[in-house]
Ligand binder design. Structure first.
Ligand code: SF4
Length: 230
């Protein structure tokens, strides 16, 4: 009996070790993707076209009323320092994708607004880094859905840790209604677009996202994570 207990606890600690090793590997994998995005090739493409942070600024502005936001709001939402946000916005202005103005009510505040050219340059089809699209195309359809669902969870955890301030994703949107439909392929619903959503169509960066109150987010999260993969 005592031997049985020892063997059970031995199995449990070995399973814990395996789980810890796996999470370490996953974190290392995510870190490598982050490093790749800072690579020389990527930076070169960024100079010719749009770098990751430039794309994020444009997408953020596109989601705002009037497609405008103060430079400090941009820095705050993307969790970057104010000088970094100012520098990226100045670069985007040189590319004529953004224009800067002093706020009429307070001249100390600088507002960045998307230009028509900026709006065109950050439509969903034009703003994805080709290399990431190519890399995810190497996955099967079910692996892509599993990865999307995992990314939603990782992003939410990073948000809870204060590393991402705003993620315009379905699970934290006031328009998201998880498991509303009795349809295994498309169980969720978007009230704003009035369309059913499957796990494969959940958005991580939606330009019509509206933040939900904390209570709604927690309820939606519970329902979503309890749901089956569609
Ligand atoms: S598609 Fe956009 S608006 Fe609809 S639930 Fe998702 S984030 Fe919200």
């Amino acid at each position: 009996m005592a031997g049985q207990r020892v063997s059970n606890s031995g199995k449990k600690s070995s399973a814990l070790r395996d789980a810890a090793a796996l999470t370490t590997q996953l974190a290392a994998g995510l870190e490598k993707i982050g490093l790749a995005m800072k690579s020389r090739t990527w930076r070169r493409e960024g100079r010719a076209g749009l770098g990751p942070l430039q794309r994020q600024v444009l997408t953020l502005l596109r989601s705002k009323p009037g497609q405008r936001a103060t430079v400090s709001a941009v820095a705050n939402e993307l969790v970057v320092r104010l000088p970094t946000a100012s520098e990226v916005i100045a670069t985007l202005e040189r590319k004529q994708l953004v224009r800067r103005r002093r706020d009429v009510s307070d001249g100390r505040i600088v507002v960045a607004q998307l230009t028509a050219k900026g709006n065109r340059s950050c439509t969903p089809s034009s703003r994805m880094p080709d290399r990431l699209v190519t890399a995810t195309e190497a996955l099967s359809a079910s692996e892509q859905v599993a990865l999307l669902k995992s990314l939603v969870k990782v992003i939410r955890s990073l948000q809870e840790q204060g590393e991402i301030s705003v993620a315009r994703m379905c699970v934290s949107c006031r328009n998201f209604q998880p498991n509303k439909h009795d349809n295994a392929d498309r169980p969720h619903h978007c009230e704003s677009l009035n369309v059913p959503l499957g796990d494969r169509s959940l958005r991580l960066d939606c330009h019509v996202y509206e933040p939900a109150p904390a209570v709604q987010v927690n309820e939606a999260w519970g329902s979503y994570t309890g749901s089956r993969t569609a």
